[in-house]
Ligand binder design. Structure first.
Ligand SMILES: *Cc1c(COP(=O)(O)O)cnc(C)c1O
Length: 369
């Protein structure tokens, strides 16, 4: 077999090797069934056990209280931009958004199709290099929810403190807190109880593309929705069907379950956060000590999942990225609106990969500086 490389992609990302090996081992014959999970009925006992155990494992990992439902949906995190608005607000209602980057802006655009989407904080002025603060005076009192993106995958910033809904807000339409945690779920501690709804596309830190995890307070399921809303867009229908209203992405759910078990074996989310801080620290410490590399996110807002930096010129960025690729470290190019480099170092990236990257950065600096 060809050697595996270190994949620094923002997503789909590198999965833990033991998970791939387990999936490979069981690919032709899932124990006790004589079939592959790829061929298995979602109505079978074997698959029911898989999805039930995946949910139980995620509940243990994130300490999800009983009054929250856990759903495995399709359509990616992007469909949640729409589903959140359509299930938490009636058409024309007001919703509040924090614009802290690429995906939060897209979420707001989708919200604006459905209702009155108000921006209550933005870091657009500095190309989203920091986490903005809410201006309480501008916060709409009738906002059905406040949406924020917990970890900004493109720019490499994180909400280290959850956004606060201003105390003045409240009354009839209680404002709910909705977090898109696609790129740091299971990589750092996230307090589920402080949210009304959390969603995450799987392909960053959970598993393969094709499944999206939604964790929501069960009382949201009782809210009336527009009668025209298609069944596939209703949280209530998805919950009633235990994420199997129609055929779910069985294999993606199965592999996600393997990842959950692997994270538990590593010691859970706290242990992952510790190692992720160590990994990110290796990169940030090196960048801060160098005048050749420049970090792109403001230090107080820095992500431990996506580390963005640049070299002194675009030509050097490109040369460095090519050198890394030739040494088995791929997908280090920054997003086009940001430029430079981005190292995504999710749970599946071993610390050896980060050490190898830092060594190459050192060497490149010595040669070029
Ligand atoms: C990747 C990403 C998305 C989009 O995810 P899809 O599953 O491709 O729709 C949304 N939000 C964040 C924070 C992301 O990182």
């Amino acid at each position: 077999m060809q050697d595996r490389v270190y994949n620094f992609s923002a997503g789909p990302s590198q999965l833990p090797l033991p998970v791939l090996e387990q999936a490979q081992k069981d690919l032709l014959c899932y124990p006790g069934t004589g079939t592959s999970v790829l061929e298995m009925s979602h109505r079978s006992k074997a698959f029911d056990d898989i999805i039930v155990e995946a949910e139980a494992s995620l509940r243990r990992l994130m300490d999800i209280p009983d009054d929250y439902a856990v759903l495995f949906l399709q359509g990616g995190a992007t469909l949640q931009f729409s589903m959140v608005a359509m299930n938490l607000a009636r058409q024309g209602d007001t919703m509040a958004f924090i614009k802290s980057g690429q995906f939060s802006s897209k979420a707001m655009q989708e919200g604006a199709r459905w209702g009155n989407a108000v921006c209550v904080a933005s870091s657009e002025d500095k190309n989203y290099s920091y986490i903005p603060k809410i201006d309480p005076a501008s916060f709409p009192k009738d906002a059905r929810f406040l949406h924020f993106t917990g970890n900004n995958t493109v720019f490499g910033t994180t909400f280290w403190e959850l956004p606060q809904i201003p105390a003045a807000v409240g009354g009839a339409a209680e404002t709910r807190l909705v977090g898109d945690w696609s790129s740091s779920i299971l990589g750092m501690d996230i307090d589920v109880k402080k949210h009304d709804l959390i969603y995450a596309g799987a392909q960053k830190n959970i598993g393969p593309a094709g499944v999206t995890v939604v964790i929501l307070k069960k009382d949201i399921l009782d809210e009336p929705v527009d009668p025209l809303l298609p069944v596939m867009l209703r949280y209530k229908a998805m919950s009633d069907g235990r994420s199997m209203h129609n055929t779910p992405p069985c294999f993606a759910i199965y592999v996600s379950g393997l990842v959950f078990r692997w994270v538990e074996e590593q010691g859970g989310v706290a242990a992952m956060e510790k190692i992720n801080r160590e990994k990110a620290g290796l990169l940030y410490d090196f960048i801060d000590g160098s005048d050749f590399y420049t970090g792109l996110a403001e230090p107080g807002s820095r992500s431990i999942m996506n580390v963005t930096f640049k070299l002194p010129s675009k030509e050097l960025d490109a040369e460095f990225i090519a050198l890394c690729a030739s040494r088995g470290m791929i997908n280090l190019k920054g997003y086009r609106t940001v430029g430079g480099c981005r190292a995504s170092i999710y749970n599946g990236m071993p610390i050896e990969g980060v050490k190898k990257l830092v060594d190459t950065m050192k060497e490149f600096e010595l040669v070029k500086h």
